[in-house]
Design a protein around this ligand. Structure first.
Ligand code: ATP
Ligand code: TZE
Ligand code: MG
Length: 506
């Protein structure tokens, strides 16, 4: 079961359901198209809520509707709910996140900048804001006047997380709430007290959808969670522009600049690369919005650089002739001020590779070296285990090795692994995102190198190569997660991953 975008979120309260029980209410609301249910029931005992929750969970699961538990993390865990919604007087968000793990949804009610920041840093998936309007029942909220639309709009600007608005929202005012910036609408009475719950749900959802598509405010998707496979990583996207919400703010800003520039003028990326993954590298380059060229003759490569914006040197299938072309082209790129991204594929596996790389590193100025853990360890003069071009073994000191190498060569080092590292010798960014399927497809490292070259080929002011590299690696990983939510076998995953890169660059 997976659901990426919530429009309408029903919060249950049997006492406000005009004699109907919450099972009946939830079933009718699901028939009307709600996206998520929250088990609230403030007046029931924990045992009663548990029993009701068991039934509601089954109903939701069958319908593909998200099931969230209010207030009690113990209950959420006991019911194996999709997530929990906590207020400021419940257990702290950080504790909740630790107990929940990363795959479950954590919603936090927040009313101030500080509360929003704390929720974000604890790893919340959405921020609940309310009560927006006066509510019919005091039980719904302590704030009987409601915070109003202006305050909602102000709070919305303080977070990149999706905002769920609650409190006194109904058919007549929901449009204004969406326009003020709410991404998702949570209601109790508007549905629980309706004469015809199914019809009321349909109507409310339609109004939300039609207002959202008219509204200029960005409508964000909630984190997509894969409930089929709990090991799958989490992600979030912006529905309109496909921009990833979870990109840290500075990287998100950098991506906007890179993306704008890519859409205006596609940089040409010349590749001298291996004959295993060459086609994938060409396609990934194209999907980011750049133009690939993979010309391997000495004269042609050198001449091609006149119109290129970056050069990839990938030694995956190096031989005497290709090495010579790399050296010559590298020198030409340096003369022209074109950034070079080097992938020392399999360095250390053979003496030939190691000598070739030593020569390239000594003679050329490199913008980035991207290698797997073994390759970077070898370059840093440490022990490493390689089998062919694959990194095997444990690398506890990889960060120090990468930093040292970056400082020594005055370049950016990118280490790819389940947790990637980007460093310029001083700053370090770790990216523990992505999906293990990346390791099941030959060439995702080479494609990462080509992707880095695309970003190096974009000239942007105010963003260092370090930030550009970190942005790319982060984005690459998040897009892989997004692909992996949809697909769980390698070949189709590769296709989906390409498409995600394409969509994100539009
Ligand atoms: N277990 C994993 N979980 C998440 N991401 C992973 C995992 N293993 C590898 N990756 C990602 O896969 C990509 C390739 O990394 P890897 O270290 O396998 O490179 P490589 O060995 O140079 O690849 P190749 O030689 O196949 O081109 C990187 O984006 C990395 O983050
Ligand atoms: C498998 C393989 N062999 C040489 S290059 C390459 C692609 C991954 O680096
Ligand atoms: Mg690999």
């Amino acid at each position: 079961m997976k659901k990426s975008n919530w429009d309408l979120y029903l919060v249950t309260e049997a006492e406000l359901s005009r004699g109907r029980d919450s099972i009946e209410v939830v079933k009718a609301a699901i028939a009307g198209g709600i996206d998520a249910v929250q088990l609230r029931e403030k007046n029931m005992s924990l045992r009663e809520r548990f029993k009701l929750g068991q039934q509601l969970k089954k109903i939701c699961q069958k319908a593909g509707v998200i099931f969230i538990v209010n207030d009690r993390i113990d209950l959420a865990l006991a019911l194996e709910a999709d997530g929990v919604h906590l207020g400021q007087s419940d257990l702290p968000a950080l504790t909740a996140r630790q107990l929940l793990g990363s795959d479950q949804i954590l919603g936090i009610s927040a009313h101030t900048r500080e509360e929003i920041a704390a929720a974000e840093s604890a790893g919340a998936d959405y921020i609940g804001i309310g009560a927006i309007f006066p509510t019919k029942s005091k039980k719904l909220t302590e704030n009987n006047n409601g915070i109003g639309l202006k305050k909602l709009a102000e709070l919305k600007k303080m977070t990149q997380l999706p905002v769920v608005a609650i409190g006194g929202i109904n058919e007549s005012n929901v449009g204004s709430v969406i326009k003020a910036g709410a991404d998702t609408i949570a209601v109790i009475s508007a549905l629980t007290r309706a004469d015809d719950i199914k019809q009321a749900s349909q109507k409310l959802k339609n109004t939300i959808l039609s207002t959202s598509s008219d509204s200029s405010s960005a409508k964000f998707n909630l984190k997509e969670k894969n409930f089929k496979n709990e090991t799958k990583a989490e992600l979030a996207i912006n529905m309109q522009h496909n921009t990833l919400l979870e990109l840290p703010t500075n990287l998100a800003d950098c991506w906007q600049i890179l993306k704008n520039s890519l859409s205006k003028n596609s940089p040409l990326i010349q590749h001298l690369t291996n004959n295993v993954t060459i086609n994938d590298c060409a396609n990934v380059t194209l999907n980011w919005g750049a133009l690939p060229v993979m010309t391997s003759g000495e004269r042609d490569s050198v001449e091609m650089l006149e119109s290129a914006s970056a050069l990839v040197l990938n030694i995956g299938s190096i031989d005497k002739r290709s090495f010579k072309v790399m050296l010559k082209s590298g020198k030409k790129a340096n003369q022209l001020g074109i950034p070079i991204v080097l992938d020392p594929v399999g360095v250390g596996a053979t003496e030939y590779r190691t000598c070739a790389i030593q020569k390239l590193i000594t003679e050329l100025d490199l913008a980035i070296i991207k290698g797997n853990q073994a390759e970077i360890s070898i370059l840093a003069g440490q022990q490493a285990e390689l089998k062919g071009v694959e990194s095997i073994g444990e690398y506890q000191h990889i960060e120090e090795a990468a930093k040292k190498l970056a400082a020594q060569l005055r370049t950016i080092i990118v280490v790819s692994a389940a947790e990637d590292i980007i460093t310029d010798g001083i700053q370090v960014q770790r990216v523990k995102r992505g999906d293990q399927l990346l390791g099941q497809v030959v060439g995702t490292g080479c494609m990462l190198t080509s992707s880095l070259a695309v970003m190096m080929g974009v000239k942007v002011k105010n963003n260092s190569n370090f930030i550009k590299a970190a942005t790319l690696v982060y984005l690459y990983s998040l897009l892989a997660e997004k692909a992996a939510v949809k697909i769980d076998t390698p070949a189709k995953f590769k296709q989906e991953f390409f498409d995600q890169i394409f969509l994100c660059s539009q």
